[in-house]
Structures are given as C-alpha cells and as structure tokens.
Design a protein around this ligand. Structure first.
Ligand code: SF4
Ligand code: SF4
Length: 339
C-alpha cells in the first residue's frame, strides 16, 4: 500500500548521480555516489542512512524527478533509524495528532490553508487577502514534517484523512476547487509527496507566492516600492517545488525589492538549522546558521524574508543580532501596500 513511485531503471541510465554529487552535507566522488545509491536501492546498509540530514534537496537535484530523498526516508524507517531522538519523535507525533474536532463549514474563495499555524492567522488581512477564508488546525495538518523524523508511515496513515477533511468539510460544500497553501510544506505535500505515493488530491493546490504575485498585480497602482535589499531564506520544503522559485523574483519586482545575490540561495540554500537542532546536530546547526546569516549580511541585505514560520522562529534572533530585519513574505507584501 502506498508504494513509492521510484524507478531503479532511471538510476541505471543516470550518468551524473546529482542526488548525491550535489549533496551539501555528504561528500562523494562519482564512483562512491553510484555505489551508495545502489546499496540504498537494494535495501542494503549505506552511510547515507545515518549521514543524511533530511534537507530534502536531492528531490530538487534529481533531474528525472525520481524521488531519491523519499527513498532514503523509506529505507531509514525500514531499518529502524531515528534521525530525531525517540522521546522527541514520540511526543511530536502525539502532540500533533488529529483531534477529530473538525465540522463542515462554508468557506469563500480564496481559501487559505494555514496548515497547523494558528498563530499566523493575523497575516490573513487587508487588501492582500480581501474576502479570504482561512482554515487551520491539526485536522488539516499535512504531516510532511515527519520526513525529518524518517516516519513516512505517519504521513501515509494521516494524510488521506486530512485531504478528505479539507475536501468534504470545506471545499466541496462551498463549491471551491482551489486551495492556497500558505506553507511550502503543504504545497509540496499535494504536488510532490502525494503523487509520488499514489495518493489522489481532489483540489488544485496553489502556492502562496503565486497567489501573492497575482493579487499584487491586481493592486499594482497601490504599491509603494519598498526600495530594500532582501535576502531570501529558502525553506527545505521548497525543494519539492523548485518551479515556484521565480515567484520570489516576480513579487520582489512588483514591490521594489532587490533579492541579494548570495552564495546560499537557490540550489545552494542552507537549512535554517531547526531540523539540526531537533536531530541534536548542534555543531552543524551553529556552523550553517553562521555561514548563512553572514552571507546575507556580507551581500548587503537589510532584511531577511521567510516563508516558513519554523525557519522564522529558528533564525530570526540571529538575523536581528546581525542588524537585519526578519520578516515573513506576506508581511513584506502588506508593507508594500501600506498595510
Ligand atoms: S535518483 Fe535521480 S539523480 Fe539520483 S541516481 Fe537516480 S536518476 Fe540519478
Ligand atoms: S536529503 Fe539532503 S542531506 Fe540527505 S542525501 Fe538528500 S541532499 Fe543529502
């Protein structure tokens, strides 16, 4: 049930092994990348199983969309590997379980899926989200974060019910077909993870950035250019939808913001460090956060823009200490509209 759509035949023809050759957290030459990838495919022990920090990036690196990272997570779970210490894993899985309290409710378009971030509901306001309905909570939580815990089974068990909750309780009774995903994690769940495991998604997911770009275009005459130099903290789950990245530049173009050209952006983006903290890889967390934030500062950023609330909470202290302003993308857009 819910077998991963991974094709070893594609790897057999692959000449680059980009999934491992581009990995920022493990070093391989072409021969060792080939050897270790095939050990993984055959279900044998490989250092990938313990050394992968679950940054999601190889899902983007594979030019054939063959889901190399999802296979790592499958094998980690099969072999009983726990990247996050078991007591933390257990408490998170319990605390974020569905509560079963959802009831049908009429919603109006645009419907914004706030995942499990009720504390972010205040951003759904003003002209940017005029007339919008926001939905939120444990009963619509995508659960994709359990990839970092190598617990794909939790996602497989919970996600179909979450999709049904969204469709049957909100969208279908209201005649709505599109769902705006505030968090990259939800968008990646519906456009990458669910199809990879053969799970049907009955609604059309729209990434927040696409929504913001379209809405700002409608409100173009009301935008006051911000004239800022901004560093973008790309979240790990955006690796599941790299085709969205151009919307960052498109939005910045509309609101008069320059995306600073820096080393740790685009394909070289670094994890915010939150996952390393959960995995108790504290040295790696400190090293990466320092490299990342220094890179923002040295390249002239006055602000750091986030889309993932978890990245914001993890990195904003350090960003502030370096004299930059941390801000969520939606709030930056509000500012450009004078809201
Ligand atoms: S997963 Fe993708 S990049 Fe990696 S070996 Fe297979 S085809 Fe190549
Ligand atoms: S998820 Fe990240 S750390 Fe793990 S193999 Fe892929 S690129 Fe490397």
């Amino acid at each position: 049930m819910n077998a991963l759509n991974f094709d070893p035949g594609i790897c057999a023809k692959c000449e680059t092994y980009d999934c491992l050759m581009k990995c920022q957290y493990m070093d391989f030459d072409l021969e060792s990348a080939r050897e270790e990838r095939w050990k993984l495919i055959r279900g044998e022990d490989t250092r990938i199983l313990n050394d992968c920090v679950t940054c999601y990036a190889c899902e983007e690196y594979c030019p054939y969309n063959n889901h190399p990272f999802y296979l790592i997570v499958e094998r980690q779970e099969e072999k009983g590997i726990h990247p996050v210490p078991k007591p933390i894993e257990k408490s998170q899985i319990k605390a974020m379980a569905p509560k079963g309290v959802i009831a049908p409710m009429k919603v109006k378009e645009p419907v914004i899926n706030m995942c499990y971030f009720p504390m972010m509901l205040g951003t759904i306001r003003g002209k940017l989200f005029e007339g919008a309905s926001a939905i939120v909570g444990s009963d619509i939580f995508c659960n994709l974060m359990y990839l970092h815990f190598a617990r794909n089974s939790v996602i497989k068990e919970r996600l179909p019910k979450m999709i049904e909750n969204i469709q049957k309780n909100y969208l279908e009774p209201s005649g709505v077909k599109e769902l705006i995903c505030y968090h990259d994690e939800c968008y990646g769940t519906y456009t990458s993870w669910a199809p990879a495991f053969g799970i049907e998604v009955p609604f059309k997911p729209i990434h927040l950035f696409e929504y913001l770009y379209n809405r700002l275009s409608e409100l173009k005459s009301e935008i006051k250019p911000l004239n800022l130099k901004v560093a973008y903290q790309r979240p790990c789950s955006n690796r599941l939808s790299p085709e969205i990245d151009h919307f960052v530049d498109d939005i910045f173009g509309l609101i008069g913001v320059e995306r600073v050209n820096r080393k740790y952006d685009h394909e070289n983006a670094l994890c915010c460090g939150g996952v390393f903290e959960a995995q108790q890889r504290f040295d790696l967390m400190e090293k990466n956060q320092t490299l990342n934030v220094d890179d923002m500062k040295e390249n002239g950023a006055t602000h750091c823009v986030f889309n993932c609330p978890f990245c914001f909470w993890t990195l904003s202290d350090l960003v502030s200490q370096k004299g930059m302003t941390p801000i969520m993308m939606s709030d930056l857009c509000h500012q450009a509209l004078g809201e």
